[in-house]
Every structure is written in C-alpha cells, then in structure tokens.
Design a binder for this molecule. Structure first.
Ligand SMILES: *Cc1c(COP(=O)(O)O)cnc(C)c1O
Length: 378
C-alpha cells in the first residue's frame, strides 16, 4: 500500500496487510514456533527461522505503527512495562537518568528499583517546567524520560525542549505518549529519540490485549542493543496478540477522534459544574499548558482526564459508586468509559483523595454526561 496515505487510511487498511496464500483480505494468524527448511537445507522463507525473533504477525503490526510514528523502526513488546524496561536496560551501571515526577506509578516504581540495583543516578523533576528540566540535565544525562500528557495529572511536557535538554547534555529522550496516541502526537518529529506506548490502551482500544511498543527516530547503537535484547531475552509479543492488536488498530483514528470529542465535551461540562472543584484536561483553555498541548497535538487531546469532586474521599468514592455507565476499573484508552479512584490504589504518591481519573470512551456523549449528572447529584 502507498506510504503517503493519511493515518486514518493507513490504519483502516492495516498497512495493506492481507493473506497472500488464501487471498483473504485480512492477514492470517501464524502461530508456528519454528519454520522449515527445503531439501538443500535453505530456509523455505528467508525471513523466518524461529518464532522468538521472527513473527510475521508482529512485523505486520509493527509496520502499521512505524508509519504512524514516522519512525525508522518499531518494536512490539508483551506489555507497556516490558517496552519501558527495554528502553532502560541498555543503560550502563552508573549512568544518569532524569525522570518526570507524578507519572504513571508503575513506570516510576520499576525505574526506581532498576536504577537503585544498577547504581544509576535517578533525578526527578516536574517536566512541565521546561527550565527546571533543562537545569537538572546540566550535569550530564544519559536518558530523559517524560510522559505527556501525564497520568493522572494531565501535565504537558514540551517535547522539543526536553529533546534539546537531553541532546545538549549527552543523552536521549524517551517519551511515553500513551495518553496522546500516535494519531494526536508525533514525538519523534519533535526530536524525541524513542517514543513508547502501552498498546494495551488506545492502540488496541478494546481492553483485551496487553502490549507495548517502542519506535525510534534513527537506528543507532542504543536501538541495536534494544532490538538484540528483545530477541535474546524473549520479550516478544505473541502472534495472537499481535493479530488482535492489528484488528484493533484498524479503527484507531476513528476511536481517538470520538474519544477526544467526548472528553472535550465532558471536560467543558465539568468546568461549570458546582459539585466539581477542578478538572484536569489539556483541551480546556484554562489548562496551564493548553497552548503548548495545542501546538504539539493535532486533532484533539485524547480521552484521559481527571476530575476533582468537591468534598472528601468518601464523597469521591460515592460519586464513583453511583456511576452506571462508567465502569469502575483501572486502565484507559478502551471503547468503554472507565472511572478510577486513583488514591485507593496509589495512596503514597501525594494524589488528591477527591481525584477521579476518567478514561473517556466512544459512547454517545449525552449518555456520559447524564451518567455524571445523576452521580454528582445536580
Ligand atoms: C498503562 C500504562 C503503562 C504500562 O503499560 P502496560 O501495558 O500496563 O504494561 C505505561 N505508561 C502509561 C502512561 C500507561 O497508561
């Protein structure tokens, strides 16, 4: 398929992947773990020896994401965390890492333990403060990691400036753009070296596949190390998951558009609601980094938002308990809307007790607003 089509066209056609042998308009699942040789002992298909490094379904799904990101190469992993671990494991002992604070707790937790074990200096900073980020990199840095928009604070890091801070001080920039999706944001074009997504979230979009992905702006020594480590340590996504992910991604552009529209409307509704103390959403003009978000995201601001309801924790839990449509569950990016009382699972990181994190899905927006209207009691 032609490479110059728009993202919505590219994903709808799954990058042109079809089943060559049957003529099927969707690719087949190839679960074989090993691939045969001909009588002269030559490989029947020179691309395939053994499943761990060689999966047709993986390559097809990677090709779809690679084009969306404008990447030199894309690698899928069995989860978002496996992708993040892969983005760090190449670091030598004694390296220096700058990490954005207040991001997805699972990421922070793993990076803290990894850096401690490996004697890596770990510095944390509010990456939405561009000057603070530049200052903390000044003594040299090997890897800068930011998450934008951040989860659950919805802070926005300036990707171009973060890349500059990393590069002028000897490091690379890795961006977790899970909440933005490759439809709304192109971190590699802004100077990031590696962009990461939890494919579990909006990329797959149906809350039924665990996966993660890294894409690079340029191949080089670090990327080679990541690719080799993935194959040698076996951190590969399985063919069934890769196939399901491909199916999910066909509607990615449509889903992201609808999620963003719904989230924008809900955020606007909350902004004027007497029972709401604050709403954190980069699409609102009142968000402190709205202009920046607008400049580095196109087509919307995604489906992730946080709402601080007036009152205490019991009240926030009661609101969540009264919701009929928003499913009380963690995660984000699925077609169905979710609500999570984040403090209940992460009470030690200074989150407000009245914060409800929402993942806005693709439902009819009036149903979503009505659900909150009755839950908030106004
Ligand atoms: C979910 C998530 C991850 C981790 O991904 P898994 O697929 O659960 O391993 C990392 N970053 C962000 C922003 C996430 O939302």
């Amino acid at each position: 398929m032609e490479h110059d089509v728009k993202p919505a066209t590219w994903v709808a056609h799954a990058g042109g992947a079809k089943d060559q042998s049957s003529g099927g308009v969707v690719p087949a699942i190839q679960p074989a773990t090993t691939f045969y040789r001909d009588s002269d002992y030559g490989l029947h298909n020179p691309d395939n020896i053994y499943l761990r490094p060689h999966s047709e379904n993986l390559r097809q799904a990677e090709a779809v994401i690679q084009k969306l990101e404008g990447a030199a190469e894309t690698l899928l992993f069995p989860s978002g965390m496996a992708a993040i671990a892969a983005a760090f494991r190449w670091l030598p002992n004694g390296a220096r890492v700058v990490l954005q604070d207040g991001i997805y707790w699972g990421t922070t937790k793993w990076i803290q333990a990894f850096c401690q074990r490996r004697g890596i200096t770990l510095l944390t900073v509010d990456a939405s403060d561009t000057e603070a980020l530049a200052a903390i990199c000044q003594d040299g840095v090997d890897l800068v990691f930011v998450e934008t928009p951040s989860n659950p604070w919805l802070k926005i890091a300036d990707i171009a400036k973060a890349a500059e801070a990393a590069h002028t001080n000897g490091g690379i920039l890795v961006v977790d753009a899970t909440a933005a999706t490759p439809i709304l944001s192109k971190p590699l074009a802004l100077g990031a070296d590696i962009v990461m997504h939890s494919a579990t979230k909006a990329l797959n979009g149906h809350s039924d596949v665990l996966g993660g992905v890294l894409s690079c702006r340029e191949q080089g020594e670090i990327w080679e190390a990541i690719r080799t480590d993935r194959a040698d340590s076996g951190a590969m996504l399985g063919p069934f998951e890769a196939w399901l992910l491909m199916r999910g991604m066909r509607t990615l552009a449509l889903r992201v558009e609808r999620m963003s529209e719904n989230a924008q409307a809900l955020a606007t509704y909350f902004a004027d609601h007497p029972a709401v103390e604050d709403v954190l959403y980069p699409g609102l003009p009142t968000h402190p980094a709205h202009a920046l978000a607008k400049s580095q995201m196109t087509g919307g601001f995604g489906g992730l938002m946080s709402v601080l309801v007036k009152g205490d924790m019991q009240n926030a839990l009661a609101v969540a308990g009264r919701l009929n449509l928003f499913v009380r569950a963690t995660s984000l990016g699925g077609v169905e809307s979710l609500v999570e009382h984040r403090y209940s699972v992460e009470s030690h990181t200074g989150l407000p007790q009245n914060l409800l994190r929402l993942s806005v899905g693709i439902e009819d927006v009036q149903d979503l607003i009505d659900d909150f209207a009755q839950a908030l009691g106004q």
